[in-house]
Design a protein around this ligand. Structure first.
Ligand SMILES: *Cc1c(COP(=O)(O)O)cnc(C)c1O
Length: 425
């Protein structure tokens, strides 16, 4: 067997060659991408877990702490005003990025907190015994467990969309799943394990017909494709900064204005009140009502810089590049004897799950790491999906791309997989 399989063995479209050129320019903005791992150049293909950060994001963080660190919405001094202005300006930018009114955008820590906030603050008031919550089997644990906690507490029932073999939702079941007992439907916009992009608009249409709300877990879509929340028509929508070239510990939750206004707070404390008496308090307006305590000021400000960075590249470009690269990767993977790719939805993103023979994905990942290749191995916080797919070990290997990845990197991964095949014989 030949030692190397070079990229030129496989046809690379002119479109993909252009994306490669652009990617090589983008890579220069990401300091970590020039490091080595085990003496090999880092090939970072774990973007669905978290993305890398460009220099503008790192600089903005440093700039905040060196020039105007102060608490927001509190002091009347210059630094506090500067920090407050930057914090609120970032809210406006992030809201524009997903096309929602800025007062309906709450800064949260991440997608997980966004879902928990709604399951707790909205769910406990609006979901009663016998009511139904509709999810799908491809959901991330953070879009399952908060709803289970709620359902067990109030006596509600959980129902799940199943999937076809290609990883698309069984939309033919929608009339059985979403009925007048449904209170909320909560669905991933894009699957972190299969890459599937789900038909949110159709789901919203059906849910609204029966008076149910729709929550969209956008942890994978906001970083990788243009999104227009008002066009989707959903009622809640949440995402994480760290998967979109931004810092950890900051994300956004959108809620339809009248729903947020009717909702009780999630947490009590400073900043979320209008007035505090000894026996009761009244709440501040949205979004402050949902931002108790000192927020993650630095990272919220930097999230605004992050969306500027992404907009400067263009979300449409990012999407087109990732789609072309993911399709190339799937073709290359499927040429390998004994390799199975999970997820062939026509509408998809850049996360690709696979299994090689009976090799445990963790062992495969360890071998790839020695070649400098970072992929994910495991259940991807989607154990029900792994069970549904019937994957050996309840796990897959997953490679997931961003706009800074190239076909060369895919080839390095392919070579490393061949090495693993020879190693495990
Ligand atoms: C990553 C991810 C989450 C959880 O995001 P956190 O940032 O860990 O809160 C939820 N849903 C999907 C689809 C994800 O990919």
């Amino acid at each position: 067997m030949s030692e190397t399989l070079v990229a030129t063995d496989h046809e690379i479209s002119t479109e993909l060659q252009q994306f490669d050129e652009e990617a090589r320019r983008h890579r220069a903005d990401f300091p970590v991408l020039s490091r080595e791992v085990h003496g090999k150049p880092l090939v970072y293909l774990d973007n669905a877990a978290t993305s890398q950060k460009p220099q503008v994001v790192l600089d903005a963080l440093h700039d905040y702490y060196t020039r105007y660190n102060a608490n927001v919405h509190r002091g009347i001094h210059t630094l506090s005003e500067e920090a407050t202005n930057a914090y609120e300006a970032s809210r406006v930018k992030v809201a524009q990025f997903i096309n929602v009114p800025s007062q309906s955008l709450i800064f949260v820590r991440n997608t997980t907190e966004g879902i928990n906030l709604v399951a707790y603050a909205w769910g406990r008031k609006n979901v009663k015994a016998g009511d139904e919550i509709v999810l799908s089997v491809m959901e991330h644990h953070s879009n399952i467990v908060p709803w289970q906690i709620l359902a067990h507490e109030v006596g509600a029932k959980l129902k799940y969309f199943d999937i076809h073999d290609d990883g698309t939702l069984k939309m033919e079941d929608i009339d059985d799943l979403i009925t007048d007992r449904t209170r909320i439907v909560s669905i991933a916009h894009m699957s972190n394990a299969l890459g599937t992009v789900n038909p949110i608009k159709e789901i919203v249409e059906k849910a609204h017909q029966v008076g149910a709300l729709v929550f969209v877990d956008a942890a994978q879509s906001v970083p990788h494709m243009p999104v227009d929340v008002q066009a989707l028509g959903c009622d809640f929508f949440t995402f994480s900064g760290h998967k979109m070239c931004g810092p950890t510990g900051i994300g956004g939750l959108y809620g339809r204005e009248e729903i947020l206004e009717a909702m009780d707070p999630f947490m009590g404390g400073g900043s979320m009140i209008e007035e505090v008496q000894l026996q009761y308090s009244t709440w501040a307006e949205i979004p402050e009502k949902f931002e108790a305590g000192t927020p993650n000021i630095a990272h919220a400000i930097v999230l605004g810089v992050t969306v500027d960075y992404l907009s400067s590249i263009g979300m449409g470009n990012i999407r087109a590049h990732e789609l072309a690269l993911a399709r190339y990767m799937i073709d290359r993977l499927e040429e390998i004897d004994g390799l199975t790719v999970y997820g062939h939805a026509p509408e998809r993103g850049g996360a690709v799950s696979y299994i090689l023979n009976d090799i445990h994905p963790s062992d495969l990942s360890t071998i790839l790491d020695r070649e400098g290749v970072a992929i994910r191995a495991g259940h991807h916080c989607a154990q029900p999906l792994m069970r549904r797919l019937g994957t050996p070990y309840g796990a897959t290997a997953r490679a997931s791309v961003y706009h800074y990845n190239t076909t060369d990197e895919v080839e390095i991964m392919i070579n490393a997989i061949h090495k693993a095949r020879r190693f495990f014989g």
